[in-house]
Design a protein around this ligand. Structure first.
Ligand code: PEP
Ligand code: MN
Length: 340
């Protein structure tokens, strides 16, 4: 960390900062320029955070040099991580592979889920998605089947062999979701639900952490740090579109997130083109973009009869569009050095 003093800061002000840093067990190196003085701090950054240096007289700025997230940063872990998923550990999300995750937005009935799972598998998916707990904008909208939905997903896994990722929205449901699912999803609206992040940090199943609607990369990685700090480092990040001024799409897919997050963190990153676009016709082009910028996986919504879907029908793939998606996910990843 570097403390920047105001031009012409008094000697007592500079000494005050030095004493406070040394009192916390750190070292302070004072560098006096013609205009201003800066003080370089060496020691425990976490301890320095509690010193309230920004509020001290003569201080204009405190600049971090290292990342505030430690466990998930690339800085401290130069090699990209591969996250292993499923009861047989046969799905690997990381730098060498490309994984297609597909399934219904919501588990509505057993039949609808099994049908969507078969479609996902036929398209080349090696993981099944599906929501049993749905975070809906309206309290009048379908909220999901809860535990019944988890049981259907577990049965779909038995039938297809596809490991399951499903959302958990309440800390009190973490245990039951972890019991049924192979990966726990934290949705965009809960990215900064800190008790929920800590709860999934305590389970021994991988977690998919979706980016908050308006979250910066740093806020997103700090949220991942909450999970890691509780002992669970099996985290996959998911870019699912952010809120912008554009109304033609549901959200704006931030393709920069993929290379940026890869530079900042060792964690893998999944792209969700379905929730980014909100429109079926955009899902295949955005999937191509995601693969081209280096996504480790994509997650897409499928439904056998989207007009009857209880959630997100307009973005669900079926028929020809799903065939086209399958072809893109088969053909493009090898061109960017990934094994399908
Ligand atoms: C979902 O994947 O089902 C979902 C609700 O996504 P998001 O949290 O990105 O809106
Ligand atoms: Mn959805």
């Amino acid at each position: 960390m570097v403390v920047v003093m105001r031009p012409g800061a008094a000697a007592e002000e500079i000494d005050g900062v030095v004493r406070r840093v040394e009192g916390a067990g750190g070292s302070a190196f004072v560098s006096r320029g013609v205009q201003r003085t800066i003080i370089g701090l060496v020691g425990d950054v976490v301890a320095f955070q509690g010193l309230n240096l920004r509020a001290m007289p003569g201080v204009v700025e405190v600049v971090r040099v290292s990342k505030p997230y430690k466990l998930v940063s690339r800085e401290n872990h130069p090699d990209a991580s591969t996250i292993t998923v499923g009861p047989r550990g046969d799905v690997h999300i990381g730098p060498d592979t490309f994984v297609l995750i597909a399934g219904p937005c919501a588990v509505e009935t057993a039949e609808q889920t099994f049908e969507a799972a078969d479609m996902a598998k036929a398209a080349g998916a090696t993981m099944l998605r599906g929501g049993a707990y749905k975070p809906r904008t309206s309290p009048y909208a379908f909220q999901g089947l809860g535990v019944k939905g988890l049981e259907i997903l577990a049965e779909a896994r038995e039938r297809t062999g596809l490991p399951v990722v499903t959302e958990v929205v309440d800390p009190k449901d973490v245990a039951v979701v972890a019991e049924h699912a192979d990966m726990l999803q934290i949705g965009t609206r809960n990215m900064q639900n800190f008790p929920l992040l800590q709860a999934v940090g305590g389970v021994r199943k991988p977690v998919m952490l979706k980016r908050g609607l308006t979250a910066t990369y740093e806020e997103w990685l700090m949220a991942a740090e909450y999970i890691a700090q509780r002992g669970n480092l099996d985290i996959v990040l998911c870019e699912r579109g952010i809120r912008t001024f554009e109304t033609a799409t549901r959200n704006t897919l931030d393709v920069s997130a993929v290379p940026m997050v890869h530079a900042l963190s060792h964690l893998p990153i999944v792209v969700d083109p379905s929730h980014s676009a909100g429109k079926r016709d955009l899902v295949v082009p955005l999937t191509r973009a995601a693969i081209a910028v280096g996504a480790d996986a994509v997650m897409i919504d499928v439904h056998a009869d989207p007009t009857a879907a209880l959630c997100d029908g307009p973005q669900a793939l079926f028929g020809e569009a799903l065939d086209e998606l399958a072809a893109a996910c088969r053909e493009l990843p090898p061109m960017v050095g990934r094994k399908v």
